[in-house]
Design a protein around this ligand. Structure first.
Ligand SMILES: Nc1ncnc2c1ncn2[C@@H]1O[C@H](COP(=O)(O)O)[C@@H](OP(=O)(O)O)[C@H]1O
Ligand SMILES: [Mg+2]
Length: 268
């Protein structure tokens, strides 16, 4: 059954790729972030898919109008989607963008699909079940890796191409031997989930739809997505604002990076 849902997300990804291959117009939203016709095509395809798949379960999308918290707080479960995460990377045509579909129950992302059409890669996570990826049609289970001894091998730290560079560098300056990789979109969380990266500190704003699907993948793969201040897992739909706190994605907790994080947070 879930395979058909993943196939539906792939179909939306093909709509996005058709636009990616052409010249497309770029608008600027009220919050100054970019919007393309691909964001809207993906939004409509995913909303139609989910309404067919699970009639009656509400859908909150980055591209749906604002839904007041008074309405949302009554939702025990809902779909939370970002039809095109990494719109800046889409516009730059570097392929680092994703379609994101999460199922959230009682504020916890319990299932997620992250699809990167240009990379021909999809990550899927069912919390309490399996995490896997399908790359060019080849299926493999994914799991976070154990943090290596930095004297033997560098920690791999992934950061945004477009947001929060100064805070990222302040954090990395406090780490033992490490190497950094830049990447757009929710792919960063999936790299931690599959053990290709150890840490993704996000010391800059994001919204709940940017992270929910990939958080389910990370959690199912044995990792965590933690509030940078409290080190508690991120939750969705707890307040009026859909902004996430600053956060860090990890395979395991470790006093060495926790110390680096504390030292790089404002007010430390
Ligand atoms: N000031 C801000 N407030 C809220 N979210 C922001 C933001 N600046 C960037 N983002 C989020 O960061 C995402 C891109 O992250 P990254 O740089 O890691 O690729 C954007 O996703 P969209 O591309 O879906 O708009 C956007 O939602
Ligand atoms: Mg986004």
């Amino acid at each position: 059954m879930r395979a058909r849902l993943v196939e539906g997300v792939h179909t939306a990804g093909r709509d996005v790729l058709a636009i990616y291959a052409q010249d497309f117009a770029v608008e600027t939203k009220d919050d100054k972030s970019p919007l393309t016709e691909a964001d809207m095509a993906s939004h409509h395809a995913l909303v139609a898919l989910l309404e067919r798949w699970a009639p009656g379960v509400p859908v909150l999308s980055e591209e749906s109008g604002e839904i007041p918290f008074e309405t949302r707080q009554g939702w025990e479960r809902y779909w939370l989607i970002d039809p095109l995460d990494g719109t800046k990377e889409f516009i730059k045509k570097n392929g680092e963008f994703t379609l994101n579909v999460a199922l959230v129950e009682q504020g916890v992302p319990v299932f997620g699909i992250v699809h990167a059409p240009v990379l021909r890669t999809t990550w899927v996570g069912l919390v309490g079940g399996e995490a896997f990826k399908v790359k060019s049609g080849i299926y493999s289970q994914v799991r976070v890796r154990e943090l290596p001894d930095p004297a033997a091998a560098p920690w791999k730290v992934v950061g945004s191409r477009s947001h929060g560079a100064a805070e990222f560098e302040a954090f990395c300056a406090e780490l033992p031997n490490h190497e950094c990789v830049s990447m757009g979109s929710s792919i960063k969380l999936c790299l931690v989930a599959e053990g290709a990266a150890d840490l993704y500190p996000r010391l800059a704003p994001t919204c709940e739809w940017d992270t929910a699907a990939a958080q389910a993948v990370v959690t199912a793969a044995g990792g965590e997505v933690l509030d940078a201040n409290t080190l508690k897992p991120l939750r969705c739909n707890q307040q009026d604002s859909v902004l996430n706190p600053w956060f860090i994605v990890c395979g395991q907790r470790d006093e060495r990076w926790e110390r680096a994080l504390r030292a790089s947070l404002p007010g430390s």
